[in-house]
Design a binder for this molecule. Structure first.
Ligand code: ATP
Ligand code: ZN
Length: 294
């Protein structure tokens, strides 16, 4: 029987859809049944273990799963609550589910910076990360541990401030709160334990990591094409972000213009296109790249 690599994923929630989408872009074919704990990937020896995100670090550490995809915030919290005893580390940053763990307090209240926190109560679902922050900054404050709805704590009167995840800030605003400090920047990460995998599983993992790397690079990478004045090619090339030497081709019936094409590995902003136009470039096209392997 061939060995199958097991990946722990959030079953449902803010991390789940992007995790599934990433694996699908890597060519994995699977379908998620509601209520199922395990989904079988049809075209590769991989199984998906579908669980709550909070369980993912310990499942990876305790060999229930070989690797996992989880928010860095959840990994850090688990690390602090297990007192550094967690056998799970970041293998790759994935760039989605970006959010921040912030300290926030009622607008126009007594607390507007970390120094004001001394001898107050802070409500949070992240007592581990918060405790570490308070320790490192020599702040003596009480953490009020909650399971959710942290943003309500100040209005109920059980805490003066909160420590919670923020992405757009809309929830804070709706509750009259203002963030005054970020204690962790988080994104989805792929985690693995330090255990040695069998050669078969390692080979599957290496293939998956290389495909994920390709997917992440290709989302930032663009193919740019334009017609450019022959005598400005050098200046134009300098403007292209993260590009190797461009391909230059003659244009039929026009000696002064050439067709220029290049792969840019960084974002191309409107400002760059305007600068290119100022240098005489015309018919500029920026195309997405679907797959990359280098
Ligand atoms: P579960 O039922 O699996 O325990 P949950 O309710 O704890 O789910 P979600 O709200 O689905 O968690 O969030 C999962 C992860 O997504 C968070 O731990 C964080 O890494 C990330 N996240 C949280 N809020 C946002 C947000 N507003 N935008 C993007 N990502 C977010
Ligand atoms: Zn959770």
């Amino acid at each position: 029987m061939t060995e199958r690599l097991r990946i722990a994923l959030q079953k449902k929630g803010r991390l789940a859809d992007d995790s599934y989408a990433l694996l699908k872009k890597c060519g994995l074919r699977f379908s998620i049944r509601s209520g199922g704990l395990l989904a079988r990937v049809k075209n590769m020896p991989i199984d998906l273990l579908l669980v709550r995100d909070d369980d993912i670090p310990s499942f990876v550490a305790n060999d229930a799963s070989d690797i996992g995809i989880v928010g860095e915030n959840v990994l850090m919290e688990e690390r602090f609550t297990t007192a550094g005893d967690l056998d799970a580390d970041i293998k790759m940053r994935l760039g989605f589910s970006r959010c921040k763990l912030c300290l926030a307090a009622p607008a126009n209240g007594k607390i507007s910076n970390p120094a004001d926190l001394s001898y107050t109560r802070i409500a949070t679902t992240y007592p581990g990360v918060l405790g570490d922050y308070l320790n490192k900054n020599n702040i003596v404050a009480k953490s009020v541990d909650m399971k959710g709805a942290v943003e309500l704590a100040p209005s109920i009167g059980i805490a003066e401030s909160i420590c919670d995840l923020v992405s757009s800030g809309a929830t804070l605003e709706a509750n009259g709160l203002v963030a005054f400090e970020t204690i962790l920047d988080s994104e989805a990460v792929l985690i693995a334990s330090g255990r040695k995998l069998s050669p078969e599983k390692q080979a599957i993992l290496d293939k998956l990591l290389s495909r994920i790397d390709g997917v992440i690079k290709s989302t930032e990478t663009k193919y740019i094409m334009m017609n450019a004045p022959r005598d400005r090619v050098e200046e134009i090339t300098e403007l292209l972000p993260g590009a190797d030497a461009p391909t230059i081709m003659p244009l039929a019936g026009d000696d002064n213009l050439v067709a220029l094409q290049a792969v840019c590995t960084e974002n191309i902003f409107w400002e760059t296109l305007e600068d290119l136009k100022d240098l005489g470039a015309r018919a500029i096209l920026v195309l997405p790249i679907e797959k990359m392997m280098s």
